[in-house]
Write a protein that binds this ligand. Sequence first.
Ligand code: ADP
Ligand code: 5GP
Length: 207
Amino acid sequence: MACHLFLYRNLVYNLQMETTKKGKLFVITGPSGVGKGTILEKFFHNNNNIIYSISQTTRKPRPGEVHGVNYFFVTKEEFENSIKNDEFLEWAKYSDNYYGTNKKFVLKALNKGADVILEIETQGAQKIMEKFPDCVTIFFTPPNFDELEKRLRGRNTEDEDAIKKRLDKVKEELQLAKNYKYNIENDEIENALTKLQKVYDEEKNEH
Ligand code: ADP
Ligand code: 5GP
């Protein structure tokens, strides 16, 4: 009888643990133009149960970008108010614009057991690593600098000044790659996507 009671208690405990198990936080970074957005779009197409954290930014929308889908596009004043009100899990200034992750949204999703992906630049990623030592960190690298520049220019979304500012950061950013649990080279899209899927599946199966 005692044994049955123990087993029953264990079962209830396990079920409770199961329902309250927190989601995993994934941090994806890498230099501008490396292909983070391209790979993630395909990744989300194949994975329905993981949430993309939509950031706030003061950057102007690019053609085709939608408020509330790609970003929440806000004014500098609105962003600075959000900083004052402690609404960000992290935020950073990158290439003359502010970018930030909504704290409430991410914590609520994780507490409900959902996995969350942050696609952020390296200063923000560093802050998240300090706050969430268990987060899964992934750094996308380009095959080489010339290919990165070609992709960034080929995207045709920034003016020359903004392209230069982004390229100026690359060397420094690439030196940080070693601090990330996974480095994925985006040589071919399908290759990089397969590697990301493998990382995700392995991390999901880890207890
Ligand atoms: P990021 O989100 O990292 O700034 P994007 O996803 O916007 O980069 O990609 C930058 C450009 O490079 C886009 O025009 C995209 O189509 C292209 N691109 C992405 N991955 C590859 C790849 N493996 N080979 C060639 N071009 C790529
Ligand atoms: P882009 O202007 O190309 O969309 O983004 C510029 C950089 O800002 C990219 O590296 C992108 O990942 C990063 N970024 C997007 N959202 C956030 C955010 O909420 N916080 C931080 N720190 N970086 C972000």
